[in-house]
Design a protein around this ligand. Structure first.
Ligand SMILES: Cc1cc2nc3c(=O)[nH]c(=O)nc-3n(C[C@H](O)[C@H](O)[C@H](O)COP(=O)(O)OP(=O)(O)OC[C@H]3O[C@@H](n4cnc5c(N)ncnc54)[C@H](O)[C@@H]3O)c2cc1C
Length: 442
């Protein structure tokens, strides 16, 4: 037994976006809240590293400016310093730039890629049915769904690209159900998309401020070592900080460390075999983010989708929207790629080479003025998404078999269409905070 002991209403393990949203919602309602973060900085995969005035993301770059994440910030009164991308995205395909039609119809872009009006119309009707009447099964891949209507290479590449950017998985591996339901889920929240003006860490600092202003604590370099469970009920945690171990007793324990670590911290004897199997079978996804800097903008388009490339999916000229992401007079760009298959096999060096080759081949002036500042490969323990919405994937619930022990973050299920990214994490936080509010008084 550790020597020091403290008591909170709620202890939250990890200061990722799911953890801090949940903590802010509860602290704002008067719950005595503690967040324990093992790293020296907060935010997890929604944070920012600064190098000579350039802001390098550890995760979230494209911030949803409406929907569930924004509603959390509004509810708790946290500063949301995000600028919207006001220029419509463009598409680079076969060395041509295609504008997104300005008619506001989400599917009219399809006719820009395929001249066969009948084919486009059949595909549009099929998609509308999937979105409004009957979504396909989680066992159907998006590619299999599309093949019912088209084999047009350009159309397929459009869906492949969208799917890979927002779901980290190509159309051949993505769940068609999750893809279509996300149009009323996470993708709706990304209207508009914005960039945090000082990097995403500023959003996490804003939530931390709310928690502290309401009497809560956010401790860094404070690692959870054990979740205390008695009679199948969570009682608290043991954390280890700079000054040693402390036992924190709490009415509810919320883990933002991901379901695998939650099981390890609480002890796997508390969970049934089926749950453990689903947790083991989660597929974390791999994406690569390259940060390029320059003395002049390499492109005048903030959001460029790159289709039919070897690996490159998008090129974001972020400092055109948020100049604070680079020092004065300098520019910063973020580009994303993913492997051909999330289930592998893939070779890391090969993936890096293909991404950089694509930048050289597709981005004008990259060779002349672009300088790569950082190559970030996110996979395994630090994935882009913890539970990739791959064909046949299982949602893991927020509640665990241990009473009063919850998970939040991108490793646990949300509603259909909210399986990933910052909106999904914020939704888990809201669901868990609501459950705690319904069950306990502060
Ligand atoms: C490169 C990249 C780009 C991305 N881009 C976008 C984007 O543009 N838009 C978007 O919406 N999403 C994006 N995502 C996805 C998004 O970042 C994640 O879905 C989200 O940030 C995950 O948050 P989380 O709440 O699950 O917590 P995490 O960010 O995983 O945080 C968990 C925290 O728990 C801490 N922790 C772990 N173990 C312990 C322990 N034992 N004790 C205490 N603390 C512990 C960790 O240090 C970490 O800080 C991106 C991800 C990556 C990697």
């Amino acid at each position: 037994m550790s020597q020091k002991q403290e008591k909170y209403d709620v202890v939250i393990l990890g200061s990722g976006i799911g953890g801090l949203c949940c903590a802010a919602l509860l602290a704002n309602k008067g719950y005595k809240t503690l967040v324990a973060e093992k790293m020296p900085m907060i935010g997890g995969r929604c944070s920012t590293l600064a190098y000579k005035g350039f802001k390098i993301p550890t995760g979230v770059v494209a911030v949803p400016m409406s929907g569930v994440l924004k509603s959390v910030f509004d509810e708790v009164g946290a500063d949301f310093d995000v600028s919207p991308i006001t220029v419509l995205p463009k598409y680079l395909i076969d060395n041509k730039i295609i504008d997104e039609p300005a008619d506001g119809q989400p599917l009219s872009i399809l006719s820009c890629f395929c001249t066969d009006k009948k084919e486009v119309s059949m595909l549009q009707k099929g998609i509308e049915r999937a979105q409004t009447w009957n979504a396909p099964s989680n066992e159907t891949s998006l590619l299999d769904f599309l093949y019912q209507y088209t084999k047009n290479e350009n159309l397929i590449s459009y869906f492949n690209n969208k799917c890979d950017i927002f779901f980290t998985v190509g159309a051949h591996e993505a769940s068609a159900r999750e893809y279509f339901l996300s149009h009323t889920g996470i993708l709706k929240d990304f209207q508009p998309i914005g960039f945090a003006n000082q990097g995403s860490i500023s959003l996490m600092k804003a939530l931390k401020k709310v928690i502290e202003d309401k009497g809560g604590k956010v401790l860094t370099q404070c690692r959870a070592k054990k979740i205390l469970v008695k009679n199948q009920i969570a009682e608290g945690v043991v954390v280890e900080g700079i000054k040693g171990e402390t036992t924190i007793m709490a009415t509810a324990v919320v883990s933002n460390t991901g379901p695998k670590k939650t099981v390890a911290l609480a002890g796997k004897e508390h969970f049934d075999k089926g749950y453990l199997k689903e947790v083991i079978n989660m597929v974390p996804s791999f994406q690569m983010w390259v940060t390029t800097i320059s003395d002049r903008p390499l492109f005048d388009i903030p959001f460029l989708f790159t289709l039919k490339t070897k690996r490159l999916l998008t090129f974001l000229s972020a400092s055109l929207v948020s100049p604070g992401l680079a020092p004065e007079g300098k520019y910063i760009h973020y580009s994303i790629s993913g492997p051909a298959s999330q289930t592998g096999p893939w070779n890391l060096q090969n993936e890096v080479d293909l991404h950089i080759q694509d930048l050289k081949d597709n981005i004008p002036d990259f060779n002349k003025y672009g300088k790569i500042l950082h190559v970030g490969c996110y996979w395994g323990e630090l994935p882009t998404y913890s539970n990739t919405p791959i064909t046949g994937f299982h949602n893991i619930p927020q509640k665990t078999a241990v009473e009063n022990l919850y998970n939040v973050g991108d490793g646990v299920s949300k509603e259909d269409g909210f399986s990933c990214g910052s909106p999904g994490c914020a939704l888990t936080a809201r669901i868990v905070a609501e459950d705690i509010k319904n069950r306990f008084k502060p």
